[in-house]
Ligand binder design. Structure first.
Ligand SMILES: *[C@@H]1O[C@H](CO)[C@@H](O)[C@H](O)[C@H]1NC(C)=O
Ligand SMILES: *[C@@H]1O[C@H](CO)[C@@H](O)[C@H](O)[C@H]1NC(C)=O
Ligand SMILES: *[C@@H]1O[C@H](CO)[C@@H](O)[C@H](O)[C@H]1NC(C)=O
Ligand SMILES: *[C@@H]1O[C@H](CO)[C@@H](O)[C@H](O)[C@H]1NC(C)=O
Ligand SMILES: *[C@@H]1O[C@H](CO)[C@@H](O)[C@H](O)[C@H]1NC(C)=O
Ligand SMILES: *[C@@H]1O[C@H](CO)[C@@H](O)[C@H](O)[C@H]1NC(C)=O
Ligand SMILES: *[C@@H]1O[C@H](CO)[C@@H](O)[C@H](O)[C@H]1NC(C)=O
Length: 412
């Protein structure tokens, strides 16, 4: 028998690829509930409130699902989507309760922390669910601050993957006055307040001092806004340069650090490519390239590259991320004098006019080979080198090169 190397090689590569891709998510609540049509409304609201993504990112949890009939009772109250999110987050218990465990609770009663409590919006004990074994083999559920009422009963188990995720049906929506208190909608979000409180005060102050840019941000919130704000230390170092800008350039710079669409981290990771910004206005591109670097997401222009280091808020339609350096637009670098020589031919070919505030993702450029020659003026921005991160990034890059090779071979 002759061995058949191409096949075993392909199989090995397949295994490699599979191993890498399956480690990303252990379960997918949307898919689990999709096979239970009675829960389509609940499933729909888990997606629109982005709770689904939070559920998928956790293990050792229990989702208390409610069927379409019980959901319609909740929806008849005409609550805002933000309030519905609070209520549904009470239905995600941060512990694993399969049917067996529910019927054998130590001492017959337990309090379970929920995702509502984990959001920090729930004061006191209002984010806990009381689970109690009742007479006749019944299990009652109630929100802790709801006067001890255990009005919702365990119905059945829908899916159990011990000890990652248990999905059970309960008879009624769990709610409380606290969860139903009106949650602030996006127009009431104080984005500069959020930035100031979480390490981006310098940037928030610059934005507050610029009425035009502040207004552009404000007007974009309803339709979707993603901000990439530099942390205080790098922005402080950049301030002398920023203060030297003309007023119009300050505005353009501030508007350059936000895009007029909502982008979660996973959306950024899966949508690499050129991105228009609030400053994009016809020929004045003010765009940057989003690119994965291992587990991290980077933003780059011809001047420099920055890393997303944290999330200040991610609730549709608004996301605010922090960056380790100040991303510098091509248009405001000393090396690119006002009548830029290059852009003319490229413009005609592949970039439709981008009217102000109609920005968004376009296709990735074919090549990202920026010439190092055109990167000046980066002194302020280059000071936060994180060596540990560098090592990890290097490893990840190696992995992705390996994967590309695999794919390359598969295509042959
Ligand atoms: C989860 O499953 C749904 C439906 O099958 C799919 O649309 C979605 O992309 C999946 N999400 C993830 C993170 O895999
Ligand atoms: C169960 O009850 C006993 C006696 O009241 C108490 O000592 C123990 O801590 C309880 N266990 C739990 C898990 O609440
Ligand atoms: C749960 O609620 C029941 C009924 O109000 C109460 O008797 C029990 O002590 C509560 N359990 C816990 C752990 O607080
Ligand atoms: C639980 O998740 C881990 C990965 O986090 C996975 O390896 C395991 O197979 C999962 N267990 C079940 C029962 O799905
Ligand atoms: C937003 O927050 C900042 C800082 O916390 C505060 O000074 C400002 O008054 C707030 N703005 C509004 C409109 O609430
Ligand atoms: C600000 O502008 C002045 C005059 O153009 C120049 O001399 C100075 O070096 C600039 N400062 C910075 C920090 O760029
Ligand atoms: C700012 O704007 C002026 C006038 O439009 C322009 O000449 C200059 O190159 C711009 N860049 C900087 C860094 O000030």
């Amino acid at each position: 028998m002759q061995p058949r190397p191409p096949f075993s090689l392909l199989f090995l590569l397949f295994l490699l690829t599979a191993a890498v891709t399956t480690t990303t998510t252990a379960h997918n609540i949307t898919r689990i509930l999709a096979s239970h049509p009675d829960f389509s409304t609940f499933n729909h609201y888990l997606t629109t409130t982005h709770l689904a993504a939070e559920i998928n990112s956790r293990t050792t949890i229990t989702v208390c699902a409610i069927d379409n009939a019980a959901m319609s009772e909740l929806l008849s109250k005409h609550l805002s989507i933000y309030t519905i999110k609070n209520i549904l987050s009470l239905h995600v218990l941060l512990d694993y309760f399969g049917a067996k465990k529910l019927h054998q609770i130590t001492n017959g009663t337990a309090l379970a922390a929920t995702m509502f409590q984990a959001t920090g919006t729930a004061p006191g004990s209002s984010g806990f669910v009381n689970i109690t074994d009742l007479k006749g083999g019944k299990v009652g559920f109630g929100v802790e601050d709801n006067g001890g009422s255990l009005g919702s009963l365990f119905v059945k188990s829908l899916e159990e993957k011990p000890y990652n995720i248990s999905v059970i049906q309960i008879s009624k929506v769990l709610s409380s006055d606290v969860a139903e208190a009106p949650a602030p909608g996006p127009s009431e979000l104080n984005i500069t307040g959020i930035m100031s409180a979480h390490g981006c005060k310098q940037f928030a102050d610059a934005l507050l001092a610029n009425a035009e840019a502040a207004k552009t941000y404000e007007e974009s919130v309803q339709g979707g806004l993603t901000v990439f704000c530099p942390l205080d230390d790098p922005f402080k170092a950049f301030l002398p340069k920023f203060k030297n800008f003309t007023m119009a350039n300050k505005t353009a710079f501030l508007e350059f650090l936000a895009v007029p669409i909502y982008q979660s981290i996973s959306m950024l990771k899966s949508n690499n490519g050129l991105m228009n910004t609030l400053a994009t206005d016809g020929d004045r591109k003010f765009d940057f390239t989003v690119q994965n670097d291992g587990q991290e997401v980077t933003l780059k222009t011809k001047i420099n590259t920055v890393k997303i280091t944290g999330t200040l808020i991610d609730e549709q339609p608004v996301a605010i991320y922090t960056t380790d350096k100040v991303l510098l637009p091509n248009e405001l670098s000393k090396a690119a004098p006002t009548p830029a020589p290059a852009p003319a031919p490229e413009k005609a070919a592949d970039s439709p006019k981008a009217p102000k505030k109609k920005g968004g993702k376009t296709d990735a450029p074919a090549s990202d080979s920026y010439s190092p020659a055109d990167s000046p003026a980066d002194d302020a921005a280059d000071q936060t080198a994180d060596e540990n991160a560098g090592v990890m990034v290097g490893g990840a890059r190696f992995l992705s090169i390996g994967l590309s090779l695999c794919l390359g071979v598969l295509l042959l």
